[in-house]
Write a protein that binds this ligand. Structure first.
Ligand code: ZN
Length: 352
């Protein structure tokens, strides 16, 4: 099949999903009482490179495919989960609510084709966030849930019935063995969240690390809302230290590879270089001269100028390479600017 027709089918599948959005908004009492139509006042963005898109979704709105051997991945085009079929049942990795009941449909589809059990016996949690775990409760109470110790603490804090607490926890390393299969879990420091874990499949040449690198795409708004910016910047190198060929990033429509992590590291390094230059090059004088006693107005406009100085060449370089470079690079540049200032101390001056 040509890539053009694959892209077109992906587009049509996504269109079907998006078509339900106005109906949902109406149900929720939203303002969209009329079917959505193109709004000329909305900004235009650069086209998405075809390399950012994955396989077409089926009529139920998901795609399930083999990663390697008995390891599979599921996507709705935006979120990803994975599962391993074993002789003793299925191990599920994350349960995004947007995929929801399609998780079991995908598992049933693969299990019946291969004549293995479709019963989910274990769910491994990548990190505590609801957008990756909110369908966990669909699998009932008898499932063994596995997560890092901080995942359990944060879930206890959040007290959300859709995300039952892990039954099995670990601090730094845990090897999970189910039905003759091996999964190595590791906690290597805080990054996106305090609890985010590296899920390594040594017999399947695969690493799952969620919410750090989104293959084919720039990070989501404000550097992916990463709680620990230096820890998140350091995470891809830790991921690369594991042996693997296939990467499950938890987001968007396709699997990743080692090249995706290299591009991501280049993108982040270019942003760091850009903000370091901006801290030296952008003159604060006109902003403070104009706004006088309104310090926040001066700081905001000064930092907007620094962000623009840092982001503009990065947007230009990565447009056509990473999807949505023109959508979210500026907000990530601001977060990285603050980290370079506050964590690294660049641009800090001691009053004489
Ligand atoms: Zn997250």
């Amino acid at each position: 099949m040509s890539s053009t027709s694959t892209t077109r089918r992906s587009f049509l599948a996504r269109g079907a999903v998006l078509a339900s959005v106005p109906a949902i908004a109406t149900l929720a009492g939203g303002v969209l009482a009329e079917p959505a139509s193109a709004d000329d006042t909305l900004p235009d963005y650069a086209p998405i490179p075809p390399s950012a898109l994955g396989p077409a979704l089926n009529a139920q709105g998901y795609f399930v495919g083999r990663v390697e051997k008995n390891l599979y991945w599921v996507t709705d085009g935006t979120y990803q989960a994975a599962f391993l079929t074993t002789r003793d049942g299925v191990v599920l990795f994350d349960a995004p609510p947007t995929i929801g009941d399609n998780l079991q449909r995908a598992i049933d589809e693969i299990a019946s084709a291969n004549g293995v059990s479709s019963k989910v016996t274990h769910i491994v949690y990548s990190h505590h966030h609801a957008d990756h775990l909110g369908a966990s409760s669909l699998f009932g109470r008898d499932v063994i849930r596995v997560g890092q110790i901080e995942t359990k603490r944060l879930l206890a804090r959040d007290n959300d019935p859709t995300r039952p607490l892990p039954d099995v926890t670990f601090e730094t390393h845990h090897t999970l063995r189910v039905g003759g299969e091996r999964i190595d879990l590791a906690w290597l420091g805080t990054n996106h969240t305090p609890d985010n874990s590296y899920i390594h499949f040594p017999d399947h040449d695969t690493l799952m690390l969620v919410d750090i690198v989104l293959p084919g795409w720039v990070p989501y708004d404000s550097f992916n809302l990463n709680e620990d910016v230096p820890g998140s910047i350091a995470a891809p190198a830790k991921a690369m230290a594991f042996p693997w060929k296939h990467f499950i990033g938890g987001h968007m429509g396709r699997l990743g590879n080692r090249r995706d992590l290299v591009i991501y590291q280049q993108y982040v390094n270019d942003l760091i270089d850009g903000v370091k230059k901006a801290l030296v090059a952008v003159d604060p004088t006109p902003f403070f001269a104009k706004y006088g006693d309104n310090s926040w107005a001066a700081v905001k406009t000064y930092q907007d100028a620094q962000v623009n100085y840092a982001a503009a060449p990065v947007i230009k370089k990565y447009t056509g390479v990473l999807a949505a470079a023109d959508v979210y690079t500026a907000s990530s540049a601001f977060v990285i600017l603050e980290s370079v200032r506050l964590d690294l101390g660049v641009g800090s001056q001691i009053h004489p």
